[in-house]
Structure formats: C-alpha cells, structure tokens
Design a protein around this ligand. Structure first.
Ligand SMILES: [Zn+2]
Length: 288
C-alpha cells in the first residue's frame, strides 16, 4: 500500500517498518571476541520480545538495534539516528557480573550466559521504551526512566518465548533486578538523589512489585526472601494492572492497522499470554 504511517485519528495505518540490526566492528582487540559471538548468534534479532513487537507499531521511521564499542559500559537510544545502542563493554561487564553471581549462588556453569541474556533483554527493551516515547511522541509524566523500566518488565512478562516457564520468565526479571543493584553502594550523594534514574534499590523493588503483582500467591516467596516489603506488596496487583493498562492506552493508537485491536481484546490477549500455556498451537503475537 502506498503512503507512510500516520498517527492521525481515523487514518489508515500500514504495517510498521521492520526493525533493523547491526553489529559494528569494534576497534579494541579485546572486544573482538564478544563482537564475533554476538554477530554469529545474531543476538539482537532473536530476542523474543523484539520479535513479538517487530512491525507492530506504525513508526514514522525505522528503528535500528546496534551493538558497538562505546569507550565505556552503557546502552542508550540515539534519537538523531533512531538507533538503540548496546555497548560491547556492557556485554563484557554483564558476563563478569554473571560469573560473580554464579559463584555467589553456586549455580550451574551456564549461569553467566543466562545472566547476560536476561539482562540484554531487559536493557534493550528499556531503551526500546525510550525509542517509542521519542518516535511516537508519547506523553510521559514523572520519570521516563521508571516508565520504560515498567514497559521492559511488561514486555518480558508477556512476550517471552512460549516454551519459557513462568519461573524462567520471572527468573530473568530477577536477574535484571540483580543487575540494577550492581551499582549500589547503599550510600548516596547529592548526584544520586538528583539523577534522572531512581536509586538502584528503588528500581529493584519496583521490579519485584511488578513480578509479585502478576500472581501474589505464586510469588509469595519474594516477600519471604526480603525482596519486597509486605506493605508495598499490598498494592502491587493494582499497581501492575494499572501500569499495563496505561501502556496499552499509550501504545494501542499507534498499532499498525493489520494488528489493530480494542483495549478489551488487548487486555484479554495479555492475560492469555500470561497464563503461559503448554506448548501447542499459539496465537500470533499482535500487540505489545
Ligand atoms: Zn533509560
């Protein structure tokens, strides 16, 4: 169909432009092995949540996912190019942190890679949130950093691979919560309080609340383990449902016409996905 996507109410929207993926060659020899591994695995293209939302939104331009050498650890959205950039240095740091976590837990040898993959999913989806806010001109009141943490968690809870169990899905989110704490000193200065991000511990507890809020009976152990206070937990179901509906409200008007659905249909679809049925015939992913 001719024409470009438009956000005008009532206008015809076409399928969104597909995401693009690029693995930039690093200059530093010590990052070359990481580069070769992620390029070989085509890491970004096979993140299940990105696959689920690819082409779903009527974006005004293509969104590209890039791995690159940055000179420091990090990940960011670059509005001028509509690029989400994940730094090789971050992948290296994540692997080291995963090794440390493995030793701490005494877990299996594959733990560091699981740690990397879980966090790459969360980080890339967080940056995708920044990209959607920019490209779709979404309104955000309050901290954008909190809002896109919420979107990343919601996407991971609903759009993980169908063969991943609920425990694996929430386990991945809890590894992301662990990574949030990696910068924490427990003692903050003025810069930390003034930062655009919430304190690491607050991001950690917000994420635990979102996990708990999906199924309090199933995740009661989160409170027992001290990862969520009983007082905060009381409001987590309502909080989780409110955040899901808020993101639906924001995103549904931008869903490309061939994926269009009402809010009721979308909520029903999300709830269905959250039950994580046994492998079998699956519905086509349609909405974020
Ligand atoms: Zn951010």
């Amino acid at each position: 169909m001719p024409g470009s996507p438009t956000n005008a109410v009532g206008a015809i929207r076409f399928v969104g432009p597909p995401f693009e993926y690029h693995y930039a060659v690093p200059q530093s020899p010590e990052l070359r092995e990481i580069y070769l591994r992620v390029r070989e695995a085509d890491l970004l293209r096979y993140l299940p949540e990105l696959q689920a939302i690819d082409g779903v939104f009527a974006l005004p331009r293509r969104l590209r996912y890039v791995t690159a050498e940055c000179g420091e650890s990090g990940a960011f959205y670059r509005p001028a190019d509509a690029d989400v950039v994940l730094c090789y240095e971050t992948l290296r740091t994540l692997y080291e942190r995963g090794q440390h976590h493995q030793r701490f837990l005494g877990s299996d040898d594959d733990h560091p890679l699981r740690y990397v993959r879980a966090n790459v999913r969360f980080i890339v989806l967080h940056e995708t949130g920044h990209a959607l806010v920019d490209l779709l001109d979404l309104p955000v009141t309050g901290r954008q950093e909190d809002a896109v943490d919420q979107l990343a968690a919601i996407l991971m809870l609903h759009f993980a691979d169908h063969d991943e169990t609920t425990e694996q899905v929430t386990g991945n989110l809890r590894l992301a919560a662990n990574w949030m704490l990696s910068d924490s000193t427990g003692a903050y200065d003025l810069h930390a309080y003034a930062d655009e991000h919430a304190l690491a511990e607050q991001r950690f507890f917000n994420l635990q609340c979102l996990i708990y809020g999906t199924d309090p009976a199933r995740f009661a152990s989160i409170i027992d383990a001290g990862d969520l206070t009983a007082a905060r937990a009381r409001g987590c179901v309502r909080e989780t449902q409110r955040l899901e509906r808020a993101w639906l409200h924001l995103l549904l008007p931008h869903v490309a016409s061939e994926h269009a659905m009402s809010e009721a249909e979308a909520l029903h679809y999300l709830r269905q996905r959250n039950t994580r049925p046994a492998p079998g015939p699956l519905p086509t992913p349609k909405i974020p």
